[in-house]
Ligand binder design. Structure first.
Ligand SMILES: Cc1cc2nc3c(=O)[nH]c(=O)nc-3n(C[C@H](O)[C@H](O)[C@H](O)COP(=O)(O)OP(=O)(O)OC[C@H]3O[C@@H](n4cnc5c(N)ncnc54)[C@H](O)[C@@H]3O)c2cc1C
Length: 443
């Protein structure tokens, strides 16, 4: 009998796992709640071209994604470009892309600028990240760079990204961010980032096409509400309930957020295990996407280091990708991470724009509302796990106590943070491991 696997979620994790299983000739079905694939990297159309709902780029050292692209023969679609990063602080803009920019960063005195530069170097030299497990980022960054550097540079970023959880975020999370960004630079120290022609979703679509060619199935608009199992003569049979019917298989890989999986098994799973799946906190994200008739600034990635502003970053995507791609429109993302219970999370696109506009106008006084040709609001409830101290001990294993049910979700990525590169790495890894196991069982 041919083994069958059901995968819940057609984001990069689910698609990568399905790809590996399909390569081994295992019958695989991906169930996706949305009407499109891609998950957090899904897209919508602007000026006739697909655009990520949430801004995306890769670092040049994101090897898992580059390997997959090579394997699919899509190297030509990868564009690597220099980008520039800036900081908005106390009503001023500062470039912060190269070591020279750092030396000109006047919100800090000369010695603190040196300390900031040294901090990045010292952080990148840490090889044993386990040593950082019992420290918060807030403790570690103050230790490394001092109070002023922390207050001006890091604290606003931590608060912007993690809101109420800012002071509990682990040093490991921050170390990893510094290491990644530092490793994606050209010879002059300038940051270089990668993008995919047609948006990240174009890679997801290429992967989905390959899965289908290999005999796999992807079913859209199929939210799983229950995962259950029953004994059969051949062992356990797993069932995933969707509005489109019941999908039965030998194994299930769940790639959705851990509390979502907990909800699907709550009727029968051990309460202690359910508690574990509910333990890690997740933040939501709201992202306002503006289509403008002109550019706002020359900066691609602007960190907003002013806590009174309602967004942590202004990302002008068309300072990375040519505006011609989007029919000449300039694309700006305003991003905010927040608990899903925050009022901002439930705002409509118009309400969010009305709320954000005065702040944007303060930053860019020439801005006129007539520049905004269209706007869109995207929100994601499960967008960032809160990586606390000793996070390693909070992560549930991929193998659950229930034989045949596996978890492979972004909250299990550690010590790295979530990201498509790791979604692909972990998805492929579990696909290969389960594929090997099932192939030997059916021999
Ligand atoms: C604002 C923002 C910016 C980001 N920027 C970057 C970046 O620059 N570079 C980068 O690499 N990464 C970035 N990421 C992270 C990246 O998007 C994610 O790490 C990655 O896409 C996660 O893939 P995944 O498959 O693990 O999860 P997801 O993409 O969340 O996929 C899970 C899928 O499961 C589906 N699903 C949920 N519930 C059910 C259910 N009950 N039944 C069936 N299906 C279900 C969802 O619809 C979704 O399609 C960013 C994320 C955000 C939010």
């Amino acid at each position: 009998m041919k083994s069958t696997v059901t995968i819940i979620g057609a984001g990069f994790t689910g698609l990568s796992a399905a790809y590996e299983l399909a390569k081994k000739g295992i019958s695989v079905t991906v169930l996706e709640a949305d009407s499109e694939i891609g998950g957090l990297a899904a897209a919508f159309t602007v000026g006739g071209q697909k655009l990520d709902r949430f801004y995306h780029h890769w670092f040049t050292n994101d090897l898992a994604v580059m390997n997959l692209i090579d394997e699919l023969g899509l190297q030509k679609s990868v564009q690597i470009s220099p980008t520039n990063t800036g900081v908005y602080y106390a009503n001023h803009f500062f470039k912060l892309s190269t070591p020279l920019d750092l030396l000109k960063f006047t919100p800090l005195n000369f010695w603190d600028r040196i300390r900031l530069g040294l901090l990045a170097l010292r952080a990148r030299r840490v090889t044993n990240w386990q040593e950082l497990e019992n420290k918060t980022a807030h403790e570690w960054l103050r230790e490394l760079g001092g109070e002023a550097v922390y207050r001006v540079v890091w604290q606003p970023l931590l608060r912007g990204k993690f809101g109420p959880y800012a002071e509990t975020v682990s040093a490991v999370w921050f170390w990893n961010k510094l290491k990644l960004r530092g490793g994606s630079r050209g010879k002059g120290g300038e940051e270089r980032l990668a993008y995919f022609e047609g948006g990240f979703v174009a890679l997801a679509e290429a992967l989905a096409k390959r899965i289908i060619e290999l005999g796999g199935t992807i079913i859209l608009n199929a939210p799983v509400s229950q995962i259950s199992h029953k004994e059969t003569q051949g062992g356990l049979e797993w069932n995933c309930l969707t509005p489109k019917g019941l999908m039965s298989s030998d194994s299930v890989i769940s790639t959705i957020a851990l509390p979502q999986t907990a909800d699907c098994i709550k009727d029968w799973a051990d309460p202690k295990y359910l508690e574990k799946l509910h333990r890690i906190q997740y933040l939501g994200n709201v992202c306002l996407v503006l289509e403008l008739d002109r550019s706002l600034s020359k900066t691609y990635w602007l960190n907003v280091n002013d806590p009174s502003f309602p967004f942590v970053g202004v990302i002008e995507h068309t300072n990375f990708e040519d505006p011609k791609t989007y029919g000449g429109r300039h694309i700006v993302y305003l991003s905010k991470y927040l608990p899903h219970t925050d009022d901002l999370y439930s705002m409509s696109s118009d309400e969010f724009l009305d709320f954000a506009y005065p702040y944007l106008k303060k930053m860019f006084p020439n801005l006129d509302r007539s520049w905004i040709l269209a706007h869109h609001l995207w929100r994601a409830r499960w967008s960032q796990p809160v990586v606390e101290k000793h996070y390693g001990s909070l992560i549930p294993a991929e193998e659950t106590p229930f034989p045949g049910l596996y978890l492979c979700s972004m909250a299990q990525i550690y010590p790295e943070d979530r990201g498509t590169n790791y979604a692909i790495r972990e998805g492929r890894k579990i696909g290969v491991a389960l594929g090997d196991r099932l192939s030997t069982q059916t021999l």
